[in-house]
Design a protein around this ligand. Structure first.
Ligand SMILES: O=C(O)CCC(=O)C(=O)O
Length: 310
């Protein structure tokens, strides 16, 4: 697939419509159970409701509880290096092996949520992408770590145990290019902006917002990123588990380039389906051509020193 230049802002030429399914899974502390349940739900999501799905997404940390105290124990080595052949059958990760098998059995692209990952340098919150043959195509290590402190409401510090990833992630499918982030990454508009300029038709974020920031920003951020970049945006949450330490907001969602909600749900375990149609991107960009109206002549280059003046 040809690589669009930084300023072309066109969906990848080969883009075509596809069916997206978000698996809002109810996880537990039992990793074996989570892997088994994920497989069942991926197979169900692939069948769809009257229409087969092409791309299936699992939530952030689908195979472990969400919390810094859990990450070290649940972390697995993946040992994936972009551009190098990866033999799933020799993967040190049982999660990689299980999800690869599920993608192949279901015959779908699978964004296998995220899981705690370790290498010799540290721990990461890592999403994995499998093609319908079960190959591990790429991984995304959460770039922006979730460190917030809203007194009395929500304090979380992923950076106590995790290291941020060092790369933005896109992958090419027969449906076009897809951009990948994880949860808090959505708060950084630059990431989706760059993805749109790299020809992505959609940004997908396995996620787990909470009961404080979920009602505040979950929908707003997705609709904002979608309208700013005139692309599809989607977040896939776990179902809310009231016996867990962290109560996920749920409400997995797919938003189109106009900011319309294509599909969503409540906080319970469910599957959200929606159609992604690249023609809508073309129409929105033609009708409201903000991208060709940008004043690159007066914006600084996006380096920290150019933006802050320091
Ligand atoms: O940005 C937020 O409000 C929540 C982010 C989050 O839960 C995460 O990054 O896992």
């Amino acid at each position: 697939m040809s690589q669009p230049s930084w300023k072309t802002f066109a969906p990848a030429p080969a883009a075509k419509p596809f069916r997206l399914a978000l698996v809002q899974m109810l996880g537990s502390k039992d990793k074996e159970y989570n892997l088994k349940h994920a497989r069942e739900l991926v197979l169900k999501a692939a069948k769809g409701e009257g229409k087969k799905s092409d791309v299936v997404v699992l939530p952030e940390c689908f195979n472990s509880p969400y919390g810094v105290k859990y990450f070290p124990d649940y972390a697995e080595r993946i040992d994936f290096e972009l551009g190098k052949p990866y033999d799933v059958s020799r993967s040190p990760s049982k999660t990689v092996q299980a999800l690869s098998a599920a993608a192949k059995e279901a015959g779908v692209w699978l964004i296998g949520g995220s899981m705690p990952e370790k290498d010799d340098e540290g721990l990461y919150n890592t999403a994995m992408v499998y093609n319908p043959s079960g190959d591990l195509v790429t991984i995304h290590r959460k770039v922006h770590l979730f460190d917030i402190d809203i007194p009395g409401k929500m304090t979380f510090k992923e950076s106590e145990v995790l290291t941020g990833g060092k790369a933005l992630t896109y992958f090419d499918t027969e449906f076009g290019r897809i951009g990948l982030g994880i949860c808090y990454d959505i708060r950084f508009p630059e990431q989706a902006f760059i993805a749109a300029h790299q020809g992505c038709v959609i940004m997908i974020y396995p996620s787990a917002f909470n009961m404080t920031t979920g009602p505040m920003h979950w929908e707003l951020l997705q609709r904002g990123r979608a309208v700013d970049n005139q692309m599809y945006v989607s977040m896939c949450s776990p179902a809310r588990n009231l016996s867990a330490d962290y109560h996920a907001w749920g409400h997995s969602m797919i938003v189109d380039p106009y900011g319309n909600i294509v599909g969503t749900t409540d906080e319970n375990e469910s599957i959200v389906y929606g159609d992604v149609d690249p023609q809508k991107i073309v129409d929105m960009r033609a009708g409201i051509p903000v991208q060709s109206q940008k004043r690159y002549d007066i914006y600084p280059n996006l380096t920290e020193s150019a933006v802050t003046g320091q």
